[in-house]
Design a protein around this ligand. Structure first.
Ligand code: ATP
Length: 223
């Protein structure tokens, strides 16, 4: 069986080193052939992104120049309607019937999984890799509807991701990156001091793009 394809979905509004380093750490630790970043068009679980899809894609393209093992997949932006992960995974499965898929999610996103559209079907299509986030510690054992899946699917050996196409949960503690898109947008809305504050949180080419296009200047938002 071929090595797993890693997938990290998100709004990437904007992409930052938290996303990039977590994806790259997962790629290395799990020997993934590649990790694809999939920007959402119309995310089902949150407010509409601040930056347009075209800007978010342009920033991802610039960011990925620093990370050769990561790639961009814009299918959720191209597809009309809500960006449901289960639909995306179904498409990827149809394209590569024998390739294990590994959906990478931050611990915060994992905790919200039971609110996702047809969420239990996700385990039929992909493994789920939960990565550390500074503000969302990894659960020892989640409550509620995830508990049963956790008990049945948790794997400690990363080889499980290659020996089956889907269905495992794997927890991967990656070095915590204290970065969030919300904090970056808030800082940028504060003006020049904010630009200095976010330096180091996003690739320099992304910051230059934000500046050139005057993104996130005047819309502090609560999301
Ligand atoms: P916001 O602050 O607006 O919520 P975000 O960066 O968390 O933005 P997304 O772009 O939707 O939002 O995140 C995409 C995925 O990346 C999610 O699975 C999220 O948990 C994960 N992620 C985001 N930031 C980090 C981080 N610093 N470390 C690890 N994973 C992260």
């Amino acid at each position: 069986m071929s090595s797993a394809l890693g997938l990290l979905g998100g709004t990437f509004d904007p992409v930052h080193y938290g996303h990039l380093r977590a994806a790259d750490a997962a790629r290395r630790a799990l020997h993934l052939a590649e990790v694809r970043l999939l920007p959402a068009g119309d995310p089902p679980h949150r407010a509409a992104p601040v930056a347009t899809a075209a800007h978010r894609v342009a920033m991802l393209e610039l960011a990925l120049a620093e990370f050769p093992g990561l790639a961009l997949d814009t299918r959720e932006i191209a597809r009309p309607g809500k960006s449901y992960t289960v639909i995306t995974l179904g498409e990827l499965r149809a394209e590569a019937p024998l390739r294990p898929l590994a959906l990478i999610v931050g611990a915060d996103a994992f905790a919200g999984l039971p609110t996702w559209h047809r969420w239990t079907e996700i385990f039929d299509l992909a493994h789920v890799v939960v990565v550390t986030r500074p503000d969302a510690p990894l659960p020892a054992m989640p409550d509620g509807p995830l508990a049963e899946h956790w008990a049945q699917r948790l794997q400690r050996d990363p080889a499980a991701l290659e020996s089956r196409l889907a269905g495992a949960i794997f927890v991967l503690p990656v070095p915590p990156q204290p970065v969030s898109a919300t904090a970056i947008r808030r800082a940028l809305a504060a003006g020049a001091s904010g630009v200095e504050a976010v330096r180091g949180m996003v690739p320099p080419a992304v910051l230059a793009y934000i500046d050139r296009n005057q993104l996130y200047r005047s819309r502090p938002d609560a999301t």
